[in-house]
Design a protein around this ligand. Structure first.
Ligand SMILES: [Zn+2]
Length: 474
């Protein structure tokens, strides 16, 4: 039963219910009811969510510099992190000096438990607290005790001192004095503390642990998560304090419940990677203050997440010999070209319906490419199982990978490896033609930089058949 001050509202039709039930009375949808606080003096209309306060509605272009998003950004001093947070200017994509946190922005960082969300935020705390120009940093933790977080900070500091002696005596004192822990799970108490202390930065780890007495649901229920995020956001926005909310990915794969938080926060960052591997990828799914296609690449070790500023090398690390079925492609992750290995395994199928399996590659792409190879190049792929995978655990959707995938499939089928230091960049059309891709020059530049002397693209070959011919794969 909901509290007298709350009700369960359907997320698709806004029908309100006195108690929770599986199906909405209004629209018949299942599992759409979320507990919400009823505003008492809203006057007219249905009891609904609080209206957002509108501040300065009219802004001249000449005043835009001072508007949110264009203010001076705070660098996290982690280049790959700054890159994902984005910048206000579009000028130079290679220059990330003006990238970073927008004052007052609320950022949700999501990912599976244990992937490294708390670790990277702890590194951020250390970096920012060390400086003389920053204020206190409030670390709200409902999951870990201050001593646990203290241990993690100690580990990161040990590593930094071993590596570079980056932190002097003053910095170490700053870190100790300015990192303030809050071990409350009551969101209203946390908001009060934020209003009183006015910290430089707030970290809430995690939003799932916070709850308010105004709702009957347990901490971590969709209603509580949303209300907690809403209250924190309202508080920090008034004070212009940048805030990170940690959200664990739920069983269904959404960050902190079914996309509840996306509308409340300014940016949604996702930390992903193979938990058994050491590579971690940070990307922005939503970013009010920057592009959403930038990617940060990290390697995790016992001390924390270390930046990988030359990711192509990591993705190609294991590519030390040519094996049939392997080819190299160049994908764009945001504005950055990335060289990646693709692998294909093609073998005679024992099944009536041959298997097509892709890891990091869309299934439809495999189907179309195998049909093109069969029709225009005469490769008998109709009765073979096809397995395609992109190394390093990244997912690629852009069509520029077509040519590399097609060549890898032919290479596996013919059991013939491709020459080393050759890269394939191109979309493959339904008529078997090699098509141009965006940013071709930038991709070629990156390939050449890493010693790839031979670049196969629309510039060198017009048809995919010609490419296979050149490498004797027909
Ligand atoms: Zn409904």
């Amino acid at each position: 039963m909901a509290k007298s001050s709350s009700s369960y509202v359907c997320q698709s039709c806004e029908n309100s219910h006195a108690k929770w039930q599986g199906q909405c009375n209004g629209c018949g949808a299942w599992n759409t009811l979320v507990e919400q606080v009823i505003e008492k003096s809203s006057g007219k209309g249905l009891p609904g969510r609080k209206k957002l306060k509108v501040g300065n509605t009219l802004v001249k272009l000449s005043e835009v510099d001072s508007v949110e998003g264009f203010k001076k950004r705070i660098s996290t001093k982690i280049g790959e992190f700054d890159r994902v947070l984005g910048s206000s200017t579009m000028s130079n994509e290679d220059n990330i000096s003006n990238h970073g946190i927008v004052p007052g922005a609320v950022m949700l960082i999501g990912g599976e438990p244990g992937i490294g969300k708390s670790t990277i935020l702890t590194q951020l705390v250390v970096n920012l607290a060390a400086s003389n120009d920053t204020g206190n940093i409030l670390y709200v933790s409902g999951e870990e005790s201050p001593s646990q977080i203290g241990l993690r900070i100690g580990r990161i500091l040990d590593k930094e001192q071993d590596k570079s002696k980056r932190f002097g005596k003053d910095s170490l004192r700053n870190i100790k004095e300015k990192t303030v822990f809050v071990t409350s799970t009551d969101v209203d108490e946390v908001c009060k503390i934020i209003s009183k202390e006015k910290p430089y930065l707030v970290i809430v780890d995690s939003i799932q642990t916070l709850s308010t007495d105004d709702l009957a649901g347990a901490a971590g229920s969709p209603g509580q998560i949303r209300e907690a995020a809403d209250r924190i956001t309202t508080t920090v926005k008034q004070l212009n304090i940048p805030t990170f909310l940690v959200g664990h990915v739920t069983k269904e794969g959404g960050i902190a419940g079914p996309k509840i938080l996306e509308h409340i926060v300014d940016a949604v960052l996702e930390l992903s990677g193979d938990r058994t591997g050491d590579l971690r990828i940070l990307r922005a799914i939503k970013n009010r203050f920057g592009a959403t296609d930038e990617v940060g690449v990290f390697k995790i070790d016992e001390f924390g997440l270390q930046e990988v500023s030359n990711p192509s090398q990591v993705f190609l690390e294991h590519l030390d010999m040519s094996v049939p079925g392997s080819s190299t492609i160049c994908v764009m992750e945001g504005t950055r070209p990335l060289l990646v290995e693709v692998q294909a395994l093609v073998l005679k199928s024992q099944l009536a319906m041959p298997r097509r399996v892709g890891r990091g590659v869309e299934l439809s792409r495999i189907q179309v490419l195998s049909a093109i190879l069969e029709k225009h190049c005469g490769l008998p792929l109709g009765f073979t199982d096809l397995f395609l995978s992109i190394a390093g655990g990244i997912k690629v959707k852009e069509p520029s990978i077509d040519l590399g995938l097609a060549v890898a499939m032919a290479s596996s089928l013919k059991n013939k490896s491709l020459p080393q230091k050759t890269i394939f960049i191109g979309e493959v059309g339904l008529l078997g033609e090699v098509r141009n891709v965006s940013y071709l020059d930038r991709r070629i530049k990156e390939a050449k930089r890493l010693g790839y002397s031979k670049v196969i693209s629309r510039k060198t070959h017009k048809r995919v058949k010609d490419v296979l011919n050149e490498f004797k794969l027909l």
